[in-house]
Design a protein around this ligand. Structure first.
Ligand SMILES: Cc1cc2nc3c(=O)[nH]c(=O)nc-3n(C[C@H](O)[C@H](O)[C@H](O)COP(=O)(O)OP(=O)(O)OC[C@H]3O[C@@H](n4cnc5c(N)ncnc54)[C@H](O)[C@@H]3O)c2cc1C
Length: 204
């Protein structure tokens, strides 16, 4: 910036990062309303940030935000663990393979990525966010993989990580729904029809 006073330079990337970090550090703990319209969000630092429109992009936690408006969003937090393994197995041109039980694997350069989906009757909500389910690998994924592809009997876990899927318990589809109180609920996994129907019911 140039001029007769207040000259200097500006680190736009730094500003964006600072805004991002501040936004990430704050939790929304309430939604303010004026009549039937929302007027702002209340953060855990005590500040109310006024707005006309709010995008609920809280992923696996978006249900708790929707609940602040009395909306029951069918998006649940379901823990998933992913394993990156080393193996001498060489399967040229191997695509992503998904077995009948939901166990999948795919190549990742000279390693392999693998995991499994869980059966609906053994997939509880809100398990610890960052605890890898090592027993799932040892007891289910590895034996099943080795049974189907004997080369995978020899392998070693190189890395593993876990987190939440934002899981739509109704139809496992994604959605984008506008709510008349001026909240937009975004989810990769909620059906638009489902969310809109629920929203209509609550907004009526
Ligand atoms: C182990 C694992 C592996 C995955 N692998 C893949 C993959 O290979 N490819 C793929 O496409 N997807 C993958 N996914 C899914 C993908 O990570 C998610 O679908 C994606 O991150 C969702 O993005 P999002 O922006 O909707 O939510 P998120 O990335 O979860 O962001 C939600 C944000 O909201 C914040 N938040 C929550 N509550 C509040 C609150 N009250 N106030 C303010 N902020 C709040 C959270 O802190 C978070 O930062 C994987 C998921 C897991 C768990």
């Amino acid at each position: 910036m140039f001029g007769e006073s207040g000259e200097g330079w500006f680190d736009s990337y730094g500003l964006v990062q600072a805004l991002l970090r501040k936004a990430q550090a704050l939790d929304v703990i309430g939604i303010e309303r004026k009549g039937r319209r929302m007027s702002g969000v209340r953060a855990d630092n005590g500040t109310i940030y006024p707005c006309d429109l709010m995008v609920n992009a809280a992923g696996a936690w978006s249900r708790s935000i929707a609940a602040m408006l009395g909306i029951d969003l069918p998006v649940h937090a379901r823990q998933r663990s992913i394993f990156n393994v080393l193996s001498p197995a060489r399967l040229d041109g191997c695509p992503l393979l998904i077995g009948p039980g939901g166990i999948y694997f795919r190549p990742e350069e000279r390693t392999w990525i693998c995991s499994t989906s869980l059966s609906a009757d053994n997939d509880p909500d809100d398990l610890p966010f960052d605890e890898v389910d090592h027993a799932l690998f040892d007891d289910v994924i590895w034996p099943t993989r080795a049974h189907r592809v004997p080369q995978f009997e020899v392998l070693r876990v190189k890395r593993c990580w876990s987190g939440y899927y934002e899981y739509n318990v109704l139809d496992q589809k994604r959605s984008l729904a506008r709510i008349r109180t001026s909240t937009i609920a975004c989810s990769r996994t909620v059906s638009a029809d489902t969310a809109c129907n629920r929203v209509r019911r609550h907004a009526a």
